[in-house]
Design a protein around this ligand. Structure first.
Ligand code: CA
Length: 238
């Protein structure tokens, strides 16, 4: 049990708790439940879980306050699991330091993928050297991008944008986060420059830019890149 990955679930709905508990236990995770925000903060401090699932609608505290307090000192990935579907709620949670966001109801596969993605990013490992999904490959150190084995050429900004998404593949990055990472914190909030560059990237890498396979739009929130499927060989970890 000790070497299993531990997941702290802060959620007051007992049905959802037991559902997630069953799902994660069946996938070899160790699950710890907290029914209130206060209990969640205490357990996060005492047990140092590897991943935290956080519901925003809690009986004793606002979920955003729990998120904010956790982020002051806890570095474990936090995935917000919420019934709130408004884009502004997602953007707020992500901008406050959540690693990802999943909306109820979600599929088992979706939840498992989000947990895998969050763990992969927090380890910081050779996955970061190569991105590979479907017919697209990015070699970060050599700054090369291949589509169906043929090298493709991007402008400097397009390259920075695509590699930012690829390095964070599987998770949604907000427009504001991307804009400030590429153009700096003083860029205005108009997303037009981002949309133009994304259209150009899609034109170069997507078979059908209207139905992208690599970079997906989360309407009103940001972009999410297809999860990295590259599996490093064992000796790359040494
Ligand atoms: Ca709730």
């Amino acid at each position: 049990m000790n070497n299993r990955i531990s997941v702290l679930m802060i959620e007051d709905d007992k049905n959802i708790c037991s559902y997630i508990n069953t799902l994660l236990s069946a996938n070899s995770y160790h699950v710890i439940s907290a029914l209130t925000g206060r209990e969640g903060l205490n357990l996060a401090a005492s047990l140092c879980p590897d991943v935290i699932l956080l519901d925003l609608g809690l009986p004793d505290m606002d979920g955003y306050d729990v998120l904010q307090q956790l982020r002051l000192w806890n570095r474990a990935p936090i995935i917000v699991v919420s019934a709130r579907t408004m884009e502004t709620d997602k953007v707020t949670a992500l901008d406050m330091g959540a690693d990802d966001y999943i909306t109820k109801p979600f599929s088992n596969a979706e939840l498992m993928a989000r947990i895998r993605t969050s763990l992969r990013h927090c380890r910081g490992n050779p996955y970061d050297r190569i991105y590979k999904a479907l017919d697209l490959e990015i070699h970060f150190e050599k700054r090369l991008i291949f589509l169906e084995g043929k090298e493709i050429h991007l402008t400097q900004v397009e390259y920075q944008l695509l590699t930012l998404l690829a390095a964070n593949s599987g998770r949604v990055l907000t427009y504001r986060f991307i804009m400030s990472a590429i153009w700096g914190p003083y860029i205005d909030n108009n997303n037009q420059i981002l949309r133009v560059n994304m259209a150009n990237i899609r034109h170069k890498i997507e078979k059908n830019p209207a139905q992208p396979q690599y970079v997906f739009t989360e309407i009103g929130v940001g972009y999410r890149m297809h999860e990295n499927e590259y599996e490093p060989s064992l000796n790359e970890f040494q």
